[in-house]
Design a protein around this ligand. Structure first.
Ligand code: 7TS
Length: 415
């Protein structure tokens, strides 16, 4: 059994960090909880819970409308998050950041506004073979409505996209390339910077699904030159129901509004309505104020740990987990890309993933089993489902050991 490199453990006091996550200190079915499902949703540190509680206990008011003290405070706290997200993604301006419900809504906002305005019959949209359903279905719906065609970048058996094939898919008909930064089912880190450059050369725009990247690595939308970038608050240790769509100002300005209602307007008469400036043009109605404030606290927390330190710790955990799981006879890892983050997906000879998940749950080990909202990935690997252990910075080598021991137990039961 190997241990994590001392250079990594020296800079990362995981036991101290775990103190910030009371939820991790519980037993499940009489066993200490081993939470390995952070790709589905990450746990929230006390700082996030406290920020949401403080909003409700002290500052609760609607935003952008009250002159009274509480409304001023809640507006300031909510807008402060936008400024924090600007720094987190290194966006040029806070005006380029739209609050949405999550990655799914961010992508749907782009397909229903930019897409409806710009995609015509005969146009093509390029996605990849490893997309989450939320980066497939909205594009399919758009293509169906507009008479456009969806093209798919294939991948190899390791779960890496074939860039030569991607190159061939880019034509003057390509309007948009929409790909995941990191795959939720495989953990593959895609070379999005290079892919964006290739798309731009072909005259296409790009949308990057950052749901699984933002919890694990530094993202710089300007260095990537991404046209759109979406992520979910709940996967970066913030609350559910809040997320961000980044878009380049020029593109957002040219797009029609998403939903109509309060806050997204300047002047309304029955004859004509003029829309608000960015980013409010896309934010109709009372938003998830508490969620926005919680997201700000989550980003503060992640920044305090440092994404470089987080990435180094998780990389060591992933290497250790890969080594432990690969040593188990009859276990096949699904997703063995050279560049990976946070995910150990696997199948076992003759044992259904749901049975694996149930036995592991009885041992206190929480993993996800199923198709992970990426059914085409399962089809590609000819499996109905996988068992997926997904990591966050609060996980430990001992938890990987508990997972490996649990899998051996599964083998014993189903032998
Ligand atoms: N894109 C990717 C790559 C994802 O992993 C997910 C959620 C989404 C988009 C959608 O995010 P949402 O916050 O809008 O729902 N992925 C998962 C998962 O892997 N298990 O549960 C949800």
């Amino acid at each position: 059994m190997s241990t994590l490199s001392s250079a990594v453990t020296a800079t990362f006091d995981v036991e101290k960090i775990r103190e910030d996550f009371p939820v991790l200190k519980q037993t499940v079915h009489g066993k200490p909880l081993v939470y390995l499902d952070s790709a589905a949703t990450a746990q929230k540190p006390t700082a996030v819970v406290d920020a949401i509680r403080r909003f409700h206990e002290v500052d609760c008011a609607n935003i952008h409308r009250g002159v009274h003290e509480l409304s001023q405070r809640s507006t300031a706290a909510y807008e402060e998050t936008r400024a924090k997200v600007r720094r987190f993604l290194h966006a040029n301006s806070s005006d380029e950041l739209i609050f949405v419900r999550g990655t799914t809504e961010g992508i749907n906002l782009v397909t229903s506004t930019w897409g409806r305005k710009n995609v015509q019959a005969g146009d093509e949209i390029v996605i990849s073979a490893m997309e989450h359903h939320s980066n497939i279905v909205p594009w399919q719906m758009l293509c169906e409505e507009r008479g456009a065609t969806l093209r798919v970048i294939p991948m190899n058996e390791r779960g890496e996209l074939l860039l030569e094939e991607y190159e061939k898919l880019l034509t003057p008909r390509t309007r948009m390339v929409a790909v995941a930064h990191v795959s939720n089912a495989l953990g593959t880190i895609n070379p999005v910077r290079q892919m964006i450059e290739m798309a731009h050369k072909a005259g296409a725009l790009t949308l990057i699904d950052g749901a699984q990247a933002t919890p694990h690595m530094k993202v710089d939308v300007q260095a990537l030159d991404a046209d759109f970038y979406a992520f979910s608050g709940h996967k970066v240790f913030g609350p559910t129901g809040i997320g961000i769509l980044y878009g380049k100002r020029k593109l957002l300005e040219g797009m029609p509004p998403y939903q109509g209602g309060g806050d997204m307007i300047k002047v309304v008469t029955f004859e004509k309505t003029t829309y608000n400036d960015l980013p409010y043009k896309f934010e109709a109605g009372t938003p998830n104020i508490a969620g926005g404030i919680g997201l700000g606290a989550a980003l503060d927390y992640v920044n305090k740990l440092g994404l470089d330190h987080i990435a180094a710790w998780e990389h060591s955990l992933l290497e250790y987990g890969t080594e432990r799981l690969s040593a188990i006879p009859g276990l096949r890892l699904i997703g063995t890309a050279r560049e990976k983050a946070g995910v150990l997906s696997f199948v076992m000879d003759g044992i259904h993933p749901h049975d694996i998940g149930t036995v592991l749950d009885n041992l206190g080990v929480a993993v996800r089993t199923g198709h992970h909202c990426a059914q085409p990935v399962m089809d590609f690997f000819h499996v109905p489902a996988t068992t997926r252990a997904s990591l966050a910075f609060y996980n430990t080598p001992a938890e990987i050991d508990a997972l490996a021991a649990g899998i051996l137990k599964v083998k014993e039961i189903f032998a």
